[in-house]
Design a protein around this ligand. Structure first.
Ligand code: ADP
Ligand code: MG
Length: 140
């Protein structure tokens, strides 16, 4: 197994409900280490750039509006198979389909306000990490 890094975002629905610590506890309990973390307010342009891959989807505009509706916490998680492991801990995009005990099953409000983002591949993780963090911010 390989030690990987992945980008995680605690989304506005979760920061609003003061769930940052509870969500971080899930990552740490699963063996993922938070090696960089910052709370910030995304701008519309930043949200559009981050989710550019979804720009042709019907939900794109609503998704960007949601992502700027409050603060987010962006973080780099490190651990064995971190990309896949984090996706397992997060659960399915639609909380109705998320396995019991996953973050989305426990905390998500809807398919849009689903509490967390996680990179979906090692390649995308590298791109997404560099979107938010410089090398000097990441202390492994
Ligand atoms: P994931 O976050 O699980 O990787 P996607 O990359 O497919 O999911 O979608 C990005 C985000 O867009 C989702 O986390 C969710 O916030 C939102 N989203 C996805 N599908 C829908 C949908 N059908 N309706 C509304 N929002 C959606
Ligand atoms: Mg995705």
């Amino acid at each position: 197994m390989a030690i990987e890094r992945t980008l995680s975002i605690i989304k506005p629905d979760a920061t609003k409900r003061n769930l940052t610590g509870q969500i971080n506890e899930k990552f740490e309990a699963a063996g993922l280490r938070i090696i960089a973390q910052r709370r910030l307010q995304l701008t519309s342009v930043q949200a559009e750039l981050f989710y550019a891959v979804h720009q042709d989807r019907a939900f794109f505009r609503d998704l960007c509006d949601f992502m700027i509706s409050g603060p987010v916490v962006v973080q780099v998680l490190e651990g064995e198979n971190a990309v896949t492991r984090n996706r397992e801990i997060m659960g399915a995009t639609n909380p109705a389909n998320a396995d019991d005990g996953t973050i989305r099953a426990m905390y998500a409000e809807s398919i849009q306000a689903n509490s967390v983002h996680g990179s979906d591949s090692i390649e995308n993780a590298a791109v997404e990490i560099s979107f938010f963090f410089s090398q000097i911010d990441i202390v492994g």
